[in-house]
Design a protein around this ligand. Structure first.
Ligand code: NAP
Length: 254
């Protein structure tokens, strides 16, 4: 049997795991011996998720599936969780990683851009948490890990929608942690700083240099820097950590 606990093979759903941080998380959990449900936002990127699932099975000897689901839609979030339950018999770990940006100054931000970011980043996390709660309660075990951001703690000009969604994630995490702690389910948030992914690709040279100057570690983070912390929070060893927001930002917020 694979995994850190020879008695149990855990199964995880990682939302938005076709690329970037989500992909690194899917890999880190599979490397720990977990079965993984990889998720793409739509059928358009499903083949990428399918390739990753096949790769995880081959490299780590775990079971993996790929499911297209837009987490902002409650019925699709439910179907995503159900697909993992059908395939693995359990969802022990949920990582709410799916996220988007639609940046702009608030006075020019369209209602649609505000709503869409809240729908994916915040409501999407709620939809998935809700879908896994009953199965986790039945097993009296669960790990929910929600992706916040340094921006959800400190705010950021040009990101009113995104900052609100990521601050909302912190409230959601703490409320659920209180509701579920007695059931063996922990709920935590991770707040990344600037991480090298498609999301931060758009930064210009100047912006990048200015950011690096503010980061104590002197570099942007790698997706694996976040995945390592998520893998710990998902582990058996993290059973006494709940309702926390763990900043992983190389010292940016110090
Ligand atoms: P990314 O490279 O842009 O990848 C985003 C992922 O989310 C993709 O897999 C995408 O799937 C998926 N996604 C988007 N909308 C979705 C939806 N409606 N339903 C399901 N999946 C959806 O992003 P990233 O930089 O890795 O960021 C991952 C998470 O970390 C996000 O929550 C982000 O806010 C947070 N974060 C990132 C940074 C950073 O510096 N990068 C910093 C702080 C927090 P498709 O491929 O199908 O589009």
């Amino acid at each position: 049997m694979t995994g850190e606990n020879a008695a149990v093979t855990r199964s995880a759903v990682v939302t938005g795991s076709t690329r970037g941080i989500g992909r690194a998380i899917a890999e880190a959990l599979a490397a720990k011996g977990m079965n993984v449900c990889v998720n793409s936002s739509s059928e358009r990127s499903l083949s990428v998720a399918q390739e990753l699932a096949a790769d995880l099975e081959q490299r780590f000897g775990v079971r993996a599936i790929a499911v297209a689901a837009d987490v902002s839609q409650a019925d699709q979030a439910k179907d995503l969780v159900q697909a993992a339950l059908d395939e693995f018999g359990a969802v022990d770990v949920l990582v709410n990683n799916a996220g988007i940006t639609r940046d702009g100054l608030a006075m020019r931000m369209s209602e649609e851009d505000f709503d869409q970011v809240i729908a994916v980043n915040l409501k999407g996390a709620f939809n998935c948490c809700k879908a896994v709660t009953r199965p986790m309660m039945k097993k009296r075990f669960g790990r929910m890990i929600n992706m916040s951001s340094v921006v959800g703690i400190h705010g950021n000009a040009g990101q009113a929608n995104y900052a609100a969604s990521k601050a909302g994630i912190i409230g959601l995490t703490k409320a659920l942690a209180k509701e579920l702690a007695s059931r063996g389910i922990t709920v935590n948030a991770v707040a990344p700083g600037f991480i090298e992914t498609d999301m931060t690709d758009a930064l210009g040279e100047k912006q990048r240099a200015a950011i690096e100057e503010r980061i104590g570690c002197g570099r942007l983070g790698a997706p694996e820097d976040i995945a390592n912390v998520v893998a710990f929070l998902a582990s058996e060893q993290a059973s006494y950590v709940t309702g926390q927001v763990i900043s992983v930002d190389g010292g940016l917020s110090l």
